[in-house]
Design a protein around this ligand. Structure first.
Ligand SMILES: [Zn+2]
Length: 184
């Protein structure tokens, strides 16, 4: 580690800047529809994906052991619900590294890049792509949120009020910081 990395810690902490994305994400994620857990359905879905449900699950992108479930299509886009929920067909086993580096990127592009970087052939990448595509298609759905409903509009208002409160808190925090007398 280089000493200069301390730089970013020697700045005042800004609540709004540091938490804005988290708040937007939470509000969008909270209205994303979800599937109920159904063991039979989950087991069948994993077989479509070419995995053995009785074995440790593998990351669909890189074949390492999976520790997480990746939303193939993120639940949030441009700070709003994307139309893709917490549903079986939108959740695939993933290793931690792939889950965080894929983020909201297009899954096909990510899969290709990952495959090429891991030395896979075009054919091998294609087989993976087809398995994931089959899995997505087998559980396809479309969710739309009543974006013009009173409830939806009120929810967005509440979100904005929360964000405004954070901005106000930052102003107070700065004043408090400035009023702190250095100890000697
Ligand atoms: Zn992976």
């Amino acid at each position: 580690m280089h000493y200069s990395s301390i730089k970013k810690h020697l700045r005042p902490y800004n609540i709004f800047a540091r938490r804005k994305t988290t708040i937007n994400h939470a509000f969008a994620s909270a209205i994303a529809p979800n599937d109920e857990y159904d063991e039979v359905r989950v087991r069948l879905a994993l077989k479509v994906l070419g995995q053995d449900p009785d074995d440790a699950l593998k990351c669909v992108y890189c074949d390492n052991f999976a520790q997480t479930w990746d939303h193939v299509f993120g639940t949030v886009k441009n700070s709003h619900f994307s139309g893709h929920g917490h549903r079986l067909g939108n959740l695939v086993p993933s290793c931690k590294a792939c889950n965080s580096s894929k983020g909201n990127k297009d899954w096909k592009e990510y899969l290709q890049r990952k495959g090429i970087a891991s030395g896979l052939t075009i054919e091998e990448i294609q087989i993976r792509e087809e398995l994931i595509q089959k899995y997505l298609t087998a559980h396809s759905y479309s969710d739309s949120i009543p974006e013009h409903s009173a409830d939806y509009n009120r929810l967005l208002e509440i979100r904005d009020e929360v964000l405004d409160l954070l901005k106000e808190a930052d102003i107070l925090a700065a004043r408090i910081r400035d009023s702190v007398l250095p100890r000697d």
